[in-house]
Ligand binder design. Sequence first.
Ligand SMILES: NC(=O)c1ccc[n+]([C@@H]2O[C@H](COP(=O)([O-])OP(=O)(O)OC[C@H]3O[C@@H](n4cnc5c(N)ncnc54)[C@H](O)[C@@H]3O)[C@@H](O)[C@H]2O)c1
Length: 341
Amino acid sequence: MSESMKRPQVTLIEGDGIGPEITAATLEAVAAAGGAIDWHPATAGMAAAERHGDPLPAATVESIKRHKVALKGPLGTPIGAGFRSVNVALRQQFDLYANVRPAVTIPGVPSRYTGVDIVMIRENTEDLYAGIEHYVDPRRSAAESIAIITRYGSERIIEYAFQYARRHGRKRVTLVHKANILKLSNGLFLDTGREVAKRYPDIAFDDMIVDATAMKLVIAPERFDMIVTMNLFGDILSDLIAGLVGGLGVAPGANIGDGGCAIFEAVHGTAPDIAGRGVANPTAMMLTAAMLLDHVEQGAAASRLRRGLHAALANAETRTGDLGGKLGTADFTKAVIAAMT
Ligand SMILES: NC(=O)c1ccc[n+]([C@@H]2O[C@H](COP(=O)([O-])OP(=O)(O)OC[C@H]3O[C@@H](n4cnc5c(N)ncnc54)[C@H](O)[C@@H]3O)[C@@H](O)[C@H]2O)c1
C-alpha cells in the first residue's frame, strides 16, 4: 500500500501558550510534506481545565485509546489542589515506558558542537520516579525516596532500544548506569542489558558509568550513537544532549508504549512570555511530527519535512527570532515548505 493510501487516525492536542501557534504551523508543514493523517482534535491542560473543569477530560483519554497515537503541544498544569500533571497522568494511563529523545546537529542552529547524532532512550516509569517517597520520622526531619528497578521494566526498555537501533540503522547501544555503587538496582539493569544484547549480535553494545558519560558527552559527543538508561539519569542526560545541539527549541520527543501506542511532544514548555505573538519557533514541534510520521510508516513525508526544516534553518534569512533570525512562526513555516525537496 502506498503511503498516501494509509490514513492513520491521530489525536491532536494543540496545547496551551504557544501550543496552538506551533501546532497550526506543524499541521501545515506535515500536509505540505505529503503526510496523510486524519487529525482528531482533543483538549488537555489549562484549556481543558477552563472549558471542562478537568485538565485531562475523559473524552481526550478515550480519543487516545481509540487512535493509539497522539501529537501533543505543551501543556500548562493548573495550580491548585487535585490537579495532577497531565503529562505524568498520560504516561501512566497508557504505560508509555519509553521516552525517545533524539539530538541531531542542525547546521545553522547555534551550538558549540558539530556532528552530534544521538538517540536517548529513557525508561519512563520506574527508578526514583516510581513515586515511593515518605518522611522517615514524625518530625519530618528526614525523607526517603525509593528507586525501583525491575527486570521486567529493564528488559522491555533495553529491548525497545535494540529494536529501535535495528529499525533506524543504528550501530551501537550504550547502557548508562551507576552499578559500581548501586550494585543491586543498577546491577540488575546492567545484567539485563548484557543478556538482551546477546540477542542482537548485529548491534554493538557497551556500558558506561553515568558520571563518566556526562563528561564524555561534553568532550566528544560524536562518539555516541544510542544511549539507553534508567529514568533519573535519562531525565538529566536527555536535556544535556539537547544542549549539545542548540537547546530545547529544537528538541523533539516521544513517549512510547506497547502495541504502537505513542504520544509525541516537543520537549519545551508553553512559553507564556511569547504566547500569542506569532513569534514562536515551531521547529521542535515539526521535528516531533517527523518522528510521528516515521512511527505511522510515512517515512518519505518525514524525510521531506526534515529536509525543509534543515534547509530553512541553514539560511540566516529564514530563521525565527530565538535563533537570531527575523521571521515569525508563519513566515518560517512558509520558508520550510518552500525548501522541501
Ligand atoms: N511538555 C510539556 O507540556 C511542558 C514541558 C515543559 C514545561 N511545561 C510548562 O510550560 C510552562 C512554561 O515553562 P518554562 O517557562 O519553564 O519553559 P518553556 O520551555 O515554556 O520556556 C523557556 C524559555 O524558552 C522559550 N521558548 C520555549 N519554547 C520556545 C519556542 N518554541 N520558540 C521560541 N522560544 C521558546 C520561552 O519563550 C522561554 O523564554 C509551565 O507551565 C510548565 O509547566 C510544559
